[in-house]
Design a protein around this ligand. Structure first.
Ligand code: ZN
Length: 483
């Protein structure tokens, strides 16, 4: 809860409390610990350090971001620029002062005057969208950039989690269950579950054995009955009981040998997570608020919760990323753009092909580039393809990529990962330039031409765009003779 409040203050939200805090304490991220600050404010400082290193502004118009004092350069360690020697850090300097306009681009001479070479290099990696959208603060550890308690928790607990590499964090992560249940599994796995118990106290639920985590998720009658009462009538002995960690891993990725296809993996993980969560709750209810343990009530609660949550989980995907057979463009007026990008930490290569439906490519291209991340390279490849199609006079285009995240971001721009948001804005405006467009995901196997071309291009020495009629013969090396 505290982390949410801190985040709201960072974003400079308009709530009254936020305004009052701002009036009294100024900008939260730039503030230092004040000795006379209120206890609430001091409480918020608890989250500050984590928020600070994990926040980065997304440059839209750049008019509200302080060039020196706000974090806005994703590839710098603290997201802030380093000044050149003897340069004064003018607090009034905003990021939009560092740009030229029409078209919008970085003012390289000015950047070079103000910042160290490394900073300039990293600023130039930031894609400036031609559209003016509002600057925003972004929570960097989660890819959507939206702050959530979960991602805060993970960042904060990062070091602790590193020590438990035998836990399959990623699998817990990807479970399609409510965050509340996930968080509980994560806390058990990282041994951070607050477990207050007197020495030798009996289990609050069954009153027979000792009150330990291993008992609660092992031989406690509540746990065993919960499994027998599951939709699959399971013996709790099929679950690992030697260590809670094994149990968590088992819940996150149930082995297919033990559970061939029944019960379905997703539902099994959901039921297990709910059971593990609600048993802990029931135990705490007895211990802390004195509610008597009731086996019947507890099992009913688990079943009801399972029904509720599995209904939510069964909603169909609202936007498939692949076109159905009836949606696939067939007319010769359509140009199909298939794109790919090769990427390594030094350079990337953006490639693509253009073809009419059921025809071989009429054009293909690659361009060496340097993007910070593979996803950025994929997005730039899309933008390059669209600009080529525009110059080529295409009117209807179908953009295809094997990068799920990119296609998802184009079809649902509101959820686009923050590191490609400004590129996505430009992709959308480029798409709207055509009279019709479609965008879809294709499997790797349908993307070999663009893929091979990007691999090939990444080994070439061409500094600028290479452009071919048809598709080039890749058996020959490109060392300056092709064109
Ligand atoms: Zn018990």
């Amino acid at each position: 809860m505290l982390s949410k409040t801190t985040w709201a203050l960072t974003k400079g939200n308009d709530s009254l409390a936020g305004k009052a805090f701002k009036a009294k304490y100024g900008n939260f991220l730039n503030s230092s610990n004040r000795s006379l600050a209120s206890p609430i404010w001091k409480g918020l400082q608890w989250c500050k350090e984590t928020i600070q290193v994990s926040t980065c502004c997304t440059v839209g118009s750049g008019s509200t971001i302080s060039a020196w004092f706000d974090p806005w350069i994703p590839s710098m360690d603290n997201h802030k620029p380093s000044p050149r020697l003897n340069v004064l850090q003018d607090p009034a300097l905003k990021v939009h002062h560092l740009m030229f306009f029409n078209p919008k681009r970085w003012n390289i001479p000015l950047l070079t005057t103000l910042f160290e070479q490394d900073t300039v290099h990293n600023i130039l990696k930031i894609h400036l969208s031609q559209a003016d959208f509002e600057d925003s603060a972004t929570w960097t550890p989660s890819s959507s950039g939206k702050h959530s308690v979960k991602s805060f928790y993970l960042t904060d607990q990062h070091n602790r989690f590193q020590d438990h590499s035998d836990i399959v964090w990623k699998a817990i992560w990807n479970l399609k269950i409510h965050e509340r249940f996930k968080l509980h599994l994560l806390r058990i796995g990282s041994e951070s579950l607050p477990w207050f118990s007197e020495v030798d106290a009996p289990c609050p639920l069954c009153q027979t054995s000792s009150d330990t985590l291993d008992h609660l998720y092992g031989d406690c009658i509540f746990y065993r009955v919960a499994w027998r009462e599951s939709p699959w009538d399971l013996q709790s002995s099929i679950l690992p009981s030697a260590s809670v960690k094994d149990l968590i891993n088992f819940v996150a990725c149930p082995p297919s040998t033990l559970l061939p296809s029944f019960p379905p993996k997703v539902e099994f993980s959901l039921y297990a997570s709910i059971t593990i969560y609600l048993l802990w709750n029931s135990r705490n209810d007895v211990l802390h608020i004195g509610r008597p343990a009731d086996l019947n009530v507890t099992i009913k609660k688990i079943k009801r919760s399972f029904v509720e949550h599995s209904q939510i989980g069964h909603l169909p995907e609202s936007h498939p990323l692949q076109l159905s057979a009836s949606q696939i463009p067939t007319g010769p007026e359509w140009d199909i753009l298939t794109i790919d990008a090769a990427w390594n930490c030094n350079r990337s290569c953006l490639a693509g092909t253009m073809q009419h439906p059921n025809d071989p490519p009429i054009l293909s291209w690659f361009q060496v580039s340097n993007e910070e991340k593979p996803l950025q390279a994929e997005a730039k490849a899309a933008l390059l393809a669209l600009s080529i199609a525009g110059k080529n006079g295409s009117t209807k285009i179908w953009l295809r990529s094997d990068a799920l995240q990119l296609v998802d971001a184009i079809l649902h721009p509101c959820n686009s990962p923050w590191e490609i948001r400004s590129i996505i804005v430009d992709i959308i405006s480029a798409l709207n330039f055509f009279s019709s467009w479609a965008c879809s995901w294709i499997p790797r196997s349908e993307n070999v031409l663009a893929h091979d071309l990007s691999q090939y291009g990444s080994k070439s020495n061409f500094p600028s765009l290479c452009y071919f009629q048809g598709y080039p013969d890749l058996r020959h090396s490109v060392t300056g003779t092709l064109h």
